[in-house]
Design a protein around this ligand. Sequence first.
Ligand code: CO
Length: 436
Amino acid sequence: MTDRAFKQAHSQAQDLLDFIDASPSPWHAVDTAVQRLSKQGYSALDESQAWQLKAGLGYYVVRGGASIIAFHLGQKKPNESGFRLVGAHTDSPGLRLKPKAAYATDDLIRIGVEVYGGPILATFTDRDLSVAGRISLRSKNGFDLRLVKLDQPMLRLPNLAIHMNREVNDKGLLLNKQTELPLIFGQCEAGVDAEQAFLSQLAQSANANAADMLSFELNVFDTQKGSFWGAKQAFIANSQLDNLASCHAALSALLATEKPMATTVCALFDHEEVGSESATGASGSFLSDVLQRISSSQQLDDDARLQAMARSFLVSADMAHAYHPNHPSAYEPCHHVLVNHGPVIKTNANHRYASNAESSARFMQLCEAAGVPYQQYAHRSDLGCGSTIGPIVAANLGVPSVDVGSPMWAMHSLRESAGVLDHAYMIAVLSALYRS
Ligand code: CO
């Protein structure tokens, strides 16, 4: 790699870190995506209105606040060229606040949380945490939804001292999800109810009155910004790399592709970490609804619409497990995928990943066309394998699909890490897909 290419990869990685830092919750991630799309001339579509789509233009649709589908109409009709689809997820595992979260004990206000998906809980200890998400506020016409974020570190989960947890280094840090996860928010004040203290802080940050607040969905996030690390600063660290790195790569590739031949689609879904089974998740109707409406806007009949699906290709982009040299026994021989060695094609005989020989070959040739190296991954047979939106969307649409991702360390830690070059490689190959 030339110095110039490395510099460019660095600036793409910086852009990714900025994207994540602006997106402390899946609702914020969609808002960040919307800002980037509208800056480049993409127009918002409302699912409750009729759509008038113009050839050659870009559009986006948000469903439920945390899922978004952006697309650019191709020069050819979908029945002639199919759709070029990239799917990823906006949510990350972590802690979510319970509806009546704040309560007082022993002079302290604590915040009750629920575990969302499968985070490495121990990584939430001793970090500068805060909350971000959305709230509903009474308005003239019922209620409005508003994004909210407490910028300062507002919450903390202090470790128990080693003097009271003598076996922590031999047995690992175990935390009871009900009794040992509540986060410390503040100290009690005479005459102030714990819940009121928390809600008014929240309302204040949204320029609203606590009395107008009806409900909220709040994610616990790490206020520490993303960083580069290591020799030549070749690695990055941040929260939510799984899977905002893939969202960012897909969006960057979409926005970089002008005048695509086929209609290009970037679908970013909420709820992947909890099974995708929702009105806004990959298992729901969102993507097929949008594709159907694109097809009918171009007067495609049922037959032509099915031709379009048969000519389409889906790349499901989600992060992959990089080889960790301190834990060689955790990996399958011959499938050690290395950081900064290129996108990973994930295969599983039981179809936890959507890849097969045909879709893998297609992706390999896209890599070759883009001058990008690639790697192949299979999980150890005696360990449970994760899954992705790939098989779910493939089953819904009946579209040939492949599961890929950039290699990363510490998946589902609050501070994950990955490679600078891999992110540039992923943007390059997804751009090649959109140009194909
Ligand atoms: Co993921």
